[in-house]
Design a protein around this ligand. Structure first.
Ligand SMILES: [Zn+2]
Length: 390
């Protein structure tokens, strides 16, 4: 199939009048061309597809509540309409049986080549109780051989684990990294010293920087201070204007650069759905506008989607568009060691892209050369109700 893009961002620079030829799910040619050479005209700005490393749910389904293949399909479809072409479905702290069910669902999705699923993110259960957020305290626990063996499975795509380094030793972090697990630090009260020691042991990133972690203060730099100081680690950032102040977001991007900041949604089931109420682990999570809270007002994940995260980053953080798109696509691809496959639009890369309108909404999304979302068709179908009704 041949595509023509009037405007394109390839992950590095903006280009015009590009001909893209796709064969066997890959881009086999991309260069200057003419409209009449193409079968399909992509109207808008073509960008590498967004990659979200923290997604708890979508389309009305939460991965923890229904850790099944059907939920993964629903989540992937829900987020495709917001430009996401690859994601790590994320399991919040839960019992071991649920972790196993989640892993088995991911394994089935990977072996079936389900579009959009590239691994799994276990957020917990080895976290800090004082920084638990909405993670159920009775499931927060020390790591055992059972969890280690689960994290080391080779049939799950890229495995990421969020842990609190004050509760998991550097030796265990080294062991996880040796098994090709990406270790995120978060939900943690660690000192800056403990954090830097965990980085030394191989931890590669920070989960939702600033949120649920020891803050930067004058006499204690905390996990936030250590993260901002370190040049090599990545961090997820929730740019929904509920989780992090705009100035704090700008500071993170300035310190860590767009090459190390990843836009994440931390989305619950609400994205791509009209749902307002959600039950999780005995808690009632209520959506008010774009804010999700439990009783008492504590934030409970987000209703953010990647396209909105990109718009917020450009419009309210005054970040150049190329940096916002890199933080949504190119940087997470690098973090996940998907260089050569995803994050850029170049020959040999997967044919994963999203097409943005001038006001940065999504016009269409392609994964492995498949047109998985088209705004015009979806608008026609919207009267039929929610996207997923499995
Ligand atoms: Zn969290």
């Amino acid at each position: 199939m041949r595509y023509f893009a009037e405007r394109l961002f390839d992950g590095k620079t903006f280009k015009q009048n590009q001909l893209i030829i796709v064969r066997n799910k890959k881009i086999v040619f991309i260069d200057q061309g003419e409209p009449d050479q193409a079968d399909v005209h992509l109207s808008g700005l073509v960008s590498p597809g967004f990659i979200d490393v923290q997604v708890n749910g979508g389309g009305g389904k939460l991965f923890n509540n229904e850790p099944t293949l059907e939920t993964l399909q629903c989540m992937s479809e829900a987020h495709q309409q917001f430009g996401t072409t690859a994601m790590l479905p994320t399991l919040i702290t839960d019992d071991f049986t649920t972790m196993q069910s989640a892993a088995n669902a991911i394994s089935a999705a990977i072996s079936n080549d389900m579009l959009g699923i590239v691994g799994v993110h276990f957020e917990g259960p080895h976290l800090s109780v004082p920084k638990k957020g909405i993670h159920p305290e009775h499931h927060i626990r020390k790591i055992t051989d059972d969890e280690l063996a689960l994290f080391a499975r080779k049939d799950l795509g890229q495995v990421c684990v969020t842990l609190a380094p004050e509760n998991v030793s550097c030796n265990v972090i080294r062991e996880l990294v040796a098994h090709n697990v990406k270790v995120f630090l978060g939900h943690s009260n660690a000192t800056a010293g403990q954090t830097l020691a965990a980085i030394e042991a191989g931890a590669q990133g920070f989960t939702h920087l600033y949120n649920a972690m020891s803050p930067l203060t004058s006499r204690a730099a905390g996990m936030v201070g250590a993260s901002l100081l370190d040049n090599n680690t990545y961090c997820g950032l929730i740019v929904d204007h509920e989780h992090v102040d705009n100035v704090s977001c700008q500071l993170a991007i300035k310190c860590k650069t767009p090459q190390k900041v990843m836009l994440v949604t931390d989305a619950m089931s609400h994205v791509g759905s009209t749902q307002t109420e959600l039950q999780f682990a005995g808690m009632d999570i209520t959506r008010t506008g774009n804010k999700l809270t439990i009783e008492g007002g504590r934030l409970a994940g987000s209703a953010l989607d990647m396209a909105t995260a990109v718009r917020n980053t450009v419009n309210n953080l005054h970040c150049p568009l190329e940096h916002a798109l890199q933080m949504a696509a190119t940087t997470p691809a690098k973090f996940l060691s998907l260089q050569g496959k995803k994050g850029l639009l170049a020959e040999g890369y997967d044919a994963d892209w999203t097409v943005l309108t001038t006001d940065l909404h999504i016009d269409s999304t392609y994964i492995a050369g498949n047109n998985v979302y088209n705004r015009t068709i979806t608008q026609q179908n919207q009267q039929q109700g929610e996207l997923c009704k499995h």
